[in-house]
Design a protein around this ligand. Structure first.
Ligand code: DC
Length: 238
């Protein structure tokens, strides 16, 4: 008689899901991009989705503190959000057909994203897009709660971090390169405030999943970090 017993894990996805979580300025975006390109995987920058909610709320005159209305904005815009990659590899974000990629990458929208991301309705509204994008696997997702909450079953999980001062210095350099005039001290204060808000929120806070590999990028080049991560992915998925 044939047995219905399943022996061993059931393969649910043909290709792995790679989660990269960590605080602001740890180098997640660059590393995630490089890793995705190297593996030929899709890239999902989940922070861009929260930034889009902050942006859309502001555009509709909804204050970031106004949880019920921000949640409504998130539900309304979620189906219209599209993430793509430009020819130069950068992530582009469209909201109802409008390219908002530059508008969301400001210190102000970073703060707004951090505030609106604390609302459970916002997180739920954005969950579907993130899970849908990775249904077939072959995806690198970067964010704060991918390994703990969006894909607790991700095949490979990284928690990428770096010392506060190093992260602030990197952010500061990026902002100066874009022509944003801020001091290093202001950037450090922003980075710390955002970390604290992201860590202290009750829903899906920023934290390392128990099965995530901790990678500290403080004193290492991006190349070295990407090498280490790619080697681990190859090891786990072969
Ligand atoms: O990665 P980023 O700087 O674009 O993220 C902006 C904010 O969005 C971050 O401070 C917290 C929130 N966020 C989140 O709560 N969960 C994620 N998976 C990604 C970002």
């Amino acid at each position: 008689m044939p047995s219905n017993k399943i022996i061993g894990p059931v393969p649910v996805r043909p290709r792995p899901v790679i989660a990269i979580d960590g605080p602001a300025g740890a180098g997640k975006s660059t590393v995630a991009r490089r890793l995705a390109d190297r593996l030929g995987f899709l890239l999902v920058d989940t922070g861009a989705l929260y930034r889009a909610v902050a942006f859309a709320s502001e555009r509709q005159g909804v204050a970031w503190q106004d949880a019920p209305n921000v949640e409504q904005v998130a539900e309304q815009i979620a189906p219209t959000l599209v993430l793509t990659r430009a020819a130069d590899g950068s992530v582009r974000v469209a909201l109802d057909g409008d390219d908002i990629s530059e508008a969301i990458r400001t210190p102000r929208m970073a703060t707004g994203a951090s505030m609106v991301s604390a609302y459970v309705g916002v997180r739920l509204a954005l969950l579907g897009i993130q899970r849908q994008a990775a249904l077939q696997g072959g995806v690198v997702l970067e964010g704060r709660d991918i390994g703990t909450s969006v894909f607790p079953d991700a095949e490979v999980k990284f928690f990428l971090t770096a010392q506060d001062e190093v992260r602030a210095r990197r952010r500061h350099e990026e902002l100066l390169a874009k022509g944003t005039r801020v001091t290093l001290e202001e950037t450090l204060a922003d980075v710390r405030a955002r970390d604290q808000r992201d860590r202290d929120r009750p829903v899906a806070p920023l934290r390392q999943a128990s099965d995530a590999v901790l990678v500290d990028s403080s004193n290492r080049s991006i190349d070295a970090v990407v090498e280490e991560m790619a080697a681990l992915v190859a090891n786990v998925t072969r």
